[in-house]
Design a protein around this ligand. Structure first.
Ligand code: ATP
Ligand code: MG
Length: 301
């Protein structure tokens, strides 16, 4: 019997890669490249793909002491298919991989003790046990006066397990910054139009909502009806994967370095735009000087 699963992966596609990847890895590597002090909680297998990711993170200055290396499970992997209509489909091999096993270890505890901010990648909630680690980390960081951000990073292919919206609402109760893209805003806020969704997040106590709109730019929403729109830079999009993570990392790092929401939004937009010009989700990450040169030289839509 022939059945169709997914949407097109049964046909042969030209393959490129492998590339180091994973939303949390892209995000944290971009933080480190911009000079932020960065560490990641993750798990890889004792194999070439795990080495690929660890090597890149180490090279760029990310603290990987809380990355556990599984003795029996392979590194999680993902395939991305780019459709002619501009959409993307993902095939994830996560659940039965090292990435599907996140636990509180002494190394994770030590990293959390040193953190002044925790960034939560919503896709992590599909991993059994990750919610407990995230909750403990948020509690520890908040009780020391630290801050919290959330990228909902909803991947429809990963949504069949776990109660994502319940997990989102518990993070949103304590989040300072939320960085949704497209429909994720509605999923996170439980509202179906943009103004109500943004208002609802701000009412929950979030101080900054930053919406990512792909080639249509980005918007900041803050307290007292503050809104700042930032047009996207004009670039040739080669590979959109990872733009949101680079954007979020540049926004957060810029804010933590004391830049205003407006300046941070511009740098974030530049980091997102630069990343889409390269094939591979973390091949177009930016240093501060690359961002500055790009901003000075590139027109916006
Ligand atoms: P992903 O989940 O693939 O990492 P995302 O959906 O979270 O991405 P996007 O909205 O695609 O995030 O991209 C983040 C930001 O990067 C956009 O708000 C925009 O500023 C910039 N960006 C993305 N795509 C383009 C593009 N084609 N041209 C210019 N800027 C872009
Ligand atoms: Mg995203």
């Amino acid at each position: 019997m022939a059945t169709t699963i997914g949407s097109g992966f049964l046909e042969a596609q030209p393959l490129t890669g492998p590339y180091p990847s994973g939303a949390p890895a892209i995000f944290i590597d971009q933080v480190a490249r911009l000079g932020g002090k960065a560490g990641i909680v993750a798990s890889v297998g004792n194999d070439d793909f795990g080495q690929l990711n660890l090597d890149r993170l180490r090279r760029d200055g990310v603290d990987v002491s809380a990355v556990s290396v599984s003795g029996d499970l392979p590194t999680g992997s993902a395939f991305v298919r780019y459709r002619a209509d501009g959409g993307r489909d993902f095939v994830f091999n996560i659940k039965h991989s090292a990435a599907g096993r996140i636990e509180m270890t002494p190394a994770v505890e030590d990293l959390i003790k040193a953190a002044g901010h925790i960034h939560v990648m919503g896709s992590a909630f599909v991993i059994p046990g990750a919610a407990d680690v995230i909750e403990a980390a948020i509690h520890a960081v908040r009780s020391r006066g630290g801050s919290v951000s959330l990228d909902p990073n909803v991947r429809k292919e990963l949504l069949d397990s776990g109660n994502i919206s319940q997990h989102f609402s518990s993070v949103l109760k304590v989040a300072d910054l939320v960085l949704p893209s497209g429909e994720e805003l509605f999923a996170a806020a439980g509202q179906s139009d943009e103004p109500s969704a943004v208002a609802s997040l701000l009412d929950m106590g979030v101080s900054e909502v930053v919406l990512k709109r792909g080639r249509d730019g980005a918007s900041f929403f803050g307290r007292d009806d503050t809104r700042i729109d930032c047009k996207a830079f004009v670039v040739e999009e080669v590979d959109p994967t990872g733009a949101g993570d680079c954007f979020g990392a540049a926004y957060l790092t810029s804010r933590r370095f004391g830049l205003s929401p407006e300046e941070s939004l511009l740098r974030a937009s530049a980091a997102g735009a630069r990343n889409v010009t390269r094939q591979g989700p973390m091949e177009g990450l930016s240093t501060p000087s690359e961002l500055a040169a790009f901003i000075a030289a590139t027109p916006r839509r």
